[in-house]
Design a protein around this ligand. Structure first.
Ligand code: FMN
Length: 303
């Protein structure tokens, strides 16, 4: 059976083009099985220039964390309804990026996704869980059916990718910093491999039912949870919220954004390793059941 009568919308935002590459790889098998795939790129009215300057990069933190929406250019979709929507987004400051959050708040988009099956794909440095929880909650609030999730990350060690992402974001070059560090972002191998996840999606789309798809995606490692990163993200979330609320109220935000930047460096390079060590000795050994069920919650879309 082919998918000739199925309509799929692939919608995403990207600055570097990385999410575009991932979407192309992911949707190729869906197209090849005969579904019609319409691809739409989200464009804010006022674009977020790429590459960033250090100051502009941190200046978006309060709006990201507080979920402030910005106007988007009209989407001009070809259809009024789709059998499947694939949403590609990226976390910014542990939150959905402002363009993607703006789409999720958009009235027309919310009307479109009501009662519609959605698969989310994120491409992050490595901390995607909080953003995913916000995206999935917003989708459910709008009446959409979240049927699958794929989370692609930079697989290099946390502190290394922290350095290399800044090089990438501030230079615009997805290249090896100083020829010493590894390439930043989602690897070419993982981008190509996204096609394997697309094959799974094509299979379930053909069947017209989604039961079992996320389990198959988990088996294919389309989404994995690293305990240490999950631990750091969980601690960082309320602290980011405090900073964001505090800074959003300041008339002159510049010195406070700069203070946040230094906080982030100290928290990641000093605070996180100390907390992880304490956790490894005092809490983790006695919490394996709780940790396992938390991981499953995020993996199986029950969060
Ligand atoms: C302002 C900003 C904040 C970011 N914050 C995070 C973050 O909290 N967690 C994370 O894993 N990646 C973070 N990233 C990396 C992005 O999720 C993404 O991988 C990168 O921007 C490439 O996406 P693109 O497709 O838009 O080029 C951030 C990027 C930007 C620009």
């Amino acid at each position: 059976m082919s998918l000739n009568n199925k309509k799929v919308l692939a919608i995403y935002y990207t600055q570097s083009g990385q999410m575009g590459e991932i979407m192309r790889s992911f949707t190729r098998p869906v197209m090849e099985s005969g579904a019609s795939v319409e691809t739409v790129v989200i464009e804010p009215v006022v674009s977020y220039r790429f590459p960033w300057t250090g100051q502009r990069f941190f200046s978006v933190m309060p709006s990201c964390v507080l979920g402030v929406a910005e106007p988007l250019k009209p989407l001009f979709l070809k259809a009024h309804a789709y059998d499947l929507i694939i949403l590609g987004y990226q976390p910014w400051f542990l939150s959905p990026s402002i363009p993607c959050n703006s789409l999720l708040q958009n009235k027309e988009f919310r009307a479109l996704i009501k009662d519609t099956s959605i698969i989310t794909i994120s491409a992050a440095r490595n901390m995607w869980i909080n953003a995913f929880v916000r995206v999935s909650t917003t989708l459910r609030d709008a009446g959409a059916k979240l049927v699958g999730n794929v989370a692609l990350v930079d697989r290099n060690p946390n502190l290394i990718s922290f350095v290399t992402i800044f090089y990438w974001m501030l230079s615009g070059k997805k290249e090896r910093y100083l020829n010493v560090f590894p390439k930043p972002g989602v690897s070419e191998k993982d981008i190509t491999n996204a096609g394997e996840f697309g094959k799974t999606v094509a299979h379930y789309l053909k069947q017209g039912r989604w039961h079992g798809m996320q389990d198959e995606l988990i088996k294919k490692k389309a989404v994995e949870i690293n305990y240490r990163l999950m631990f750091i993200e969980a601690r960082a979330k309320p602290i980011f919220a405090l900073w964001a609320k505090f800074i959003a109220k300041r008339k002159n935000r510049t010195p406070w954004l700069s203070a946040f930047k230094y906080y982030l460096f100290v928290a990641l390079f000093l605070g996180a390793p100390i907390l992880l060590l304490l956790d490894a000795v005092l809490i983790k050994p006695f919490s394996s059941k709780r940790i396992h069920s938390k991981k499953l919650n995020y993996l199986q879309l029950n969060n």
